[in-house]
Design a protein. Sequence first.
Length: 247
Amino acid sequence: MRPSILTAPSLLLVAASACAASDGADPIRLTVAWNVKLDAQGHVTQLDPIANARADRVPKIRERIEQEIRGWSFVPGAVDGVPAATDTILSTTVTLQPGTGDSFRIIFDDARTGGRIGKTVFPKYPLAAVKRHETGMVVLRVDYDADGKVRSAAVDPASPASAQRLVDASLEAVRQWTFQPERVAGHGVPGTQSLPVCFSLSLVGSHAAIPPCEWNAPGKHAPIGEGESVALNPAARLVNDVAGHAL
């Protein structure tokens, strides 16, 4: 039987599998993000939610997390060494432990600042790789300019080994992506992101589960999935160590 092709970043697949997991009593992991405005002292002045179909099904969870975020301390970006108002993206990964009724215990796994992925282009699964049943994850390190345009892309040193055909397909696609950069004093800031791109195959008609695309970035407490990235040099930084903190 011929394999059907599933390429990354398959956000719909990730969302579907996650929603299925949430139907049981097991803990639920969510990534919830905001566009955040900081003043020159690092205080949060505005939080604008970034849509997330799963998280937004229960607005009270996002609202409770927002209450906590407003009390966090940040180091804003700087211009010539002087702190300045900064726009950044804050992504929080939390685990929801079901309680009684509709209640949840919210546990922070990780929180990170930086730019974020904007427009993406799906990688083309090389025919030669399909014939050889080559699958795997490629972690890329991408540099972008102040406008969010990709300047360069390469395999991240922490990437697992992958077939060269998959590496080449990943690089070809990501060079066409755009990013939402941070802004300091109103000006875009170049940045560097690490992100996973996954390739998987399944037989037509097969009901076998697709393995999750997750990468444990060095120094991070929560894995990064498809459609997510880690900023290596964010302009704004979170002072609080929130990993393990529960609400």
